[in-house]
Design a protein around this ligand. Structure first.
Ligand SMILES: C[S@@+](CC[C@H](N)C(=O)[O-])C[C@H]1O[C@@H](n2cnc3c(N)ncnc32)[C@H](O)[C@@H]1O
Length: 251
């Protein structure tokens, strides 16, 4: 079963997946084609690439990790979409050493900007990979969600440090190199000339709720998914989301 279809795992991805699925459908209609060319930069093991290929699209995954690309290949084969998923070793900075500039209908950049040296360059390259009409799907770690999570865990000094640190890190032990506010992400996208279509907060509640409440209460996963979906688009909740998703289009 794909991760996106597992109820517990879907709490992490449902909001992004719904927005992305709609965007692909719109892009397909606008392009007059069922199968789109999709680039997943930093696509890893294919959490999104494989489900996107299952919709019938051709997906190129660029990732620096050979292990991730190996897992991607196996996962695509298991899902029966090996012919529509191509893994290429490369990174966001040298994107055009390995893929065509202006060659894609949709570019995914999910969970990558946190790790690159220059996020502005990362977004610019993702946008430059788009055809003249194209869609960018950008997902990155949110600052406020981390501050809230550290505070609720009783780590008040770390919470304050994240709040004041330019990269949004709570300390030396923080595994996340960088976090963003919604304004920072939309500014990065707007600077490329793309029009921001929507911003969604992702995992607003899911990471804060004790697992036992979700796993043992009948219907809890479903109810939490509906709550996440309802809050995702409300700007008030963007400032406390674990991740932020920005959809941007050029028509
Ligand atoms: C958190 S994972 C996200 C994977 C996938 N996009 C997803 O949403 O499930 C981060 C991925 O970014 C890749 N990565 C790290 N540095 C990168 C870089 N400079 N350029 C492109 N990808 C990078 C890692 O190898 C890893 O697969």
């Amino acid at each position: 079963m794909s991760d996106l279809l597992r109820p517990r795992a879907s709490l992490r991805t449902a909001v992004v997946w719904e927005v992305l699925k709609d965007a692909l459908e719109r892009r397909g209609k606008a392009a007059g084609r069922d199968a789109l060319d999709v680039l997943d930069t930093g696509g890893g093991t294919g959490n999104f690439a494989v489900p996107v290929a299952r919709l019938g699209h051709r997906v190129t995954v660029v990732d620096p990790s050979p292990n991730a690309l190996f897992a991607l290949e196996r996962r695509a084969a298991e899902a029966g979409v090996a012919d529509r998923v191509r893994g290429v070793q490369g990174d966001a900075r040298g994107l055009f050493d390995v893929v065509e500039r202006g060659g894609y209908d949709t570019v995914l950049c999910h969970g990558v900007l946190e790790y690159v040296d220059d996020p502005a360059e990362g977004v610019r390259n993702a946008v430059d990979a788009l055809r003249p009409a194209g869609t960018l799907s950008l997902l990155a770690a949110g600052l406020g969600g981390a501050v809230l999570a550290r505070a609720l865990a009783g780590h008040f000094t770390e919470a304050r440090r994240a709040l004041t640190d330019p990269a949004g890190r709570w300390g030396e032990g923080d595994p996340m190199p960088r976090r963003f506010t919604a304004d920072q992400l939309t500014d990065l996208v707007s600077a490329t000339g793309l029009q921001v279509g929507s911003v969604h907060g992702v995992r607003i509640f899911a990471d804060l709720v004790p697992g036992v409440l979700v796993d043992t209460e009948p219907g809890a996963v479903d109810a939490l998914l509906k709550l996440e979906a309802a809050a995702a688009e409300q700007p008030a909740f963007h400032s406390v989301a674990t991740q932020l998703h920005v959809l941007a289009e050029r028509d």
